[in-house]
Design a protein around this ligand. Structure first.
Ligand code: SAM
Length: 268
């Protein structure tokens, strides 16, 4: 019955559901946007505590099941849509008062990153994202410069958020059981991005080029990437930032990437 293609692993452990709900830190103003409610077990737990829950589920087959499992909750609305195709600003405006909106989801693993990045990049006015994701992806989001998990995803998430571990979840609490451990993390949106950048697009392009060719020196990576920079320019900018051109992208902190892209912004 379960649709493997849609990444459907349902949580069956009430204890876990309670812990996720408590990580949402619900107050009287909290409104929840749940992504992928499945059969509605987490939705019920959220609805008991939050002011309002809007749950977006892609799978039409689950809608009648959700209607039934959520029939007793007047503060829940289910929407049958693909979250990646939803106009998030419009949805929030239409459905919520907007004082404190938390996105919650036990996401299908293959679209975890696009979903999170959609909320962050589109600067949707939310307070936090509480998500269950593959442990490996959570580790990459939290990674610090110089470690093996550090990459463009770490920088993208840390640029916008503080990351808090909630718990590690074994496969046994799901039906059907996934093959890997999961993590629940809370991404708390920062009021201002972690570093000041002159041009956000340029900052993320520098990051992308620097990580594009692993094991390449910064000089080589940045002068052969999509930005199409000349070696001379890269050399000069790295020198003005005090960054050795033989270093690799994996060793640069988010502050160093910001400096680099800010100097570049002045040259382009
Ligand atoms: N929240 C439920 C739970 O914890 O038991 C279900 C979690 S299951 C891992 C992921 C859910 O997301 C499934 O119900 C799936 O149909 C839904 N889903 C997958 N892709 C989606 C998308 N693009 N938009 C909205 N829901 C999606």
């Amino acid at each position: 019955y379960f649709s493997k293609g849609l990444g459907q692993n349902f949580i069956i452990d009430q204890n876990i559901l309670n812990k996720i709900t408590s990580a949402v830190k619900i107050t009287k103003d909290t409104e929840v946007l749940e992504v992928g409610p499945g059969i509605g077990s987490l939705t019920q737990s959220l609805a008991e505590a939050a002011r309002r829950v809007v749950a977006v589920e892609i799978d039409q087959k689950l809608i009648p099941i959700l209607k039934e499992s959520l029939a007793d909750y007047e503060n829940v609305e289910v929407i049958n849509k693909d979250i990646l195709k939803v106009d998030l600003h419009k949805l929030l405006e239409e459905k919520f008062e907007g004082k404190e909106i938390v996105v919650v989801g036990n996401l299908p693993y293959y679209i975890t990153t696009p979903i999170i990045m959609k909320f962050l990049e589109e600067k949707v006015p939310i307070t936090a994202i509480v998500i269950m994701i593959q442990k490996e992806v959570a580790d990459r989001m939290k990674a610090k410069a110089g470690t093996k998990d550090y990459g463009a995803l770490s920088i993208a998430v840390q640029y916008y958020c503080d990351i808090e571990n909630v718990m590690i979840v074994p496969p046994s609490v799901f039906i059907p059981q996934p093959k890997v451990d999961s993590s629940v993390i809370r991404l708390q949106l920062l009021e201002e991005p972690r570093v000041k950048v002159k041009r956000e697009d340029l900052f993320f392009k520098v990051v992308k080029d620097a990580f594009g060719k692993r094991r390449k020196t910064l000089l080589n990576a940045l002068s052969s990437g999509e930005l199409g920079l000349s070696k001379e320019l890269v050399r000069r900018i790295l020198e003005s930032c005090g960054i050795n051109e033989m270093r690799r992208g994996e060793t640069l902190s988010i502050e160093e990437f910001a400096n680099l892209s800010n100097l570049l912004a002045e040259e382009l």
